[in-house]
Design a protein around this ligand. Structure first.
Ligand SMILES: O=P(O)(O)O[C@H]1O[C@H](CO)[C@@H](O)[C@H]1O
Ligand SMILES: O=c1cc[nH]c(=O)[nH]1
Length: 238
């Protein structure tokens, strides 16, 4: 029962899927943290794995970059593979001086100017919300593990390279309350809400729009381990 985008069979995914954008971050998480791990899909090199973490089945699958991409993968996971929860684990750029590289952010909402929700089902809302239950579980888990987490509104952008002539990024902070930018969560939260499923988004700050702070591609792939462990520990509580 593979789809055009996913080579897995029904039953190949656990009920909770961790979803980084980067397929090589998915591979790193599977190989570093999961036991009895199996590659269940590699269509288009978008890797999906299922294994166990502390004896509980967990999957990790990449979303690719941007809302059209996560829109496809998350919709198929929810509707074709009986997945109940998707926790995005991404990188993000910080818009504000109090979010530094390697800080872990939990999205309490995602603002976007994207047409994704309007095209998908006519919704005109420009803010989408994650699941209260998953966010509560992540925050409780973070407290137990003594992991600092900043809970913020994020910006889900359709454009990585925005021209400065189009206006300053600061408008996303002043007009919409968003403190960091990534490119997928608005669509993920929308799909979850439409389908009655669970979704959340943890981010690690990878660079800053206001401070001289940055991380390399290799660091974004392999070193955001605090976020990865928190997501795994929360996933096995769901
Ligand atoms: O690191 P990931 O999870 O891919 O997330 C961020 O990185 C990509 C852009 O560099 C976009 O996908 C953005 O959302
Ligand atoms: O600046 C950034 C960093 C990560 N992801 C984004 O979308 N933007």
């Amino acid at each position: 029962m593979a789809t055009p985008h996913n080579g897995a069979q029904k039953g190949d995914f656990a009920k909770t899927v961790l979803m980084p954008g980067d397929p090589l971050r998915a591979k790193f998480i599977a190989e570093t943290f999961l036991d009895d791990v199996k590659l269940v899909t590699s269509v288009r090199n978008v890797y999906g794995y299922t294994g166990t973490y502390k004896d509980v089945p967990v999957s990790v699958m990449a979303s690719g970059m941007g809302m059209p991409s996560i829109g496809i993968y998350s919709y198929e996971l929810y509707t074709q593979y009986d997945v109940e929860n998707i926790i995005r684990i991404g990188s993000a750029g910080s818009y504000v001086p109090d979010l530094h590289v390697y800080d872990v952010v939990l999205a309490n909402s995602a603002y976007s100017g994207s047409s994704f929700a309007r095209v998908q089902n006519g919704t005109t809302d420009d803010v989408m919300y994650p699941s209260v239950k998953i966010n509560d579980t992540i925050l409780k888990t973070a407290k137990i593990l003594d992991i600092p987490v900043k809970v913020e509104r994020i910006h889900s952008s359709d454009v990585f390279y925005e021209e400065a002539t189009n206006g300053s990024f600061e408008r996303y902070v002043t007009d919409h309350g968003a403190k960091a930018v990534e490119m997928e969560s608005f669509a993920l939260f929308h799909n979850a809400n439409v389908l009655g499923k669970g979704a959340a988004c943890l981010l690690t700050i990878s660079d800053s729009f206001v401070l001289d702070e940055d991380t390399t591609a290799e660091e974004r792939q392999n070193s955001f381990t605090t976020m990865m462990k928190l997501a795994l520990e929360a996933a096995i509580q769901l």
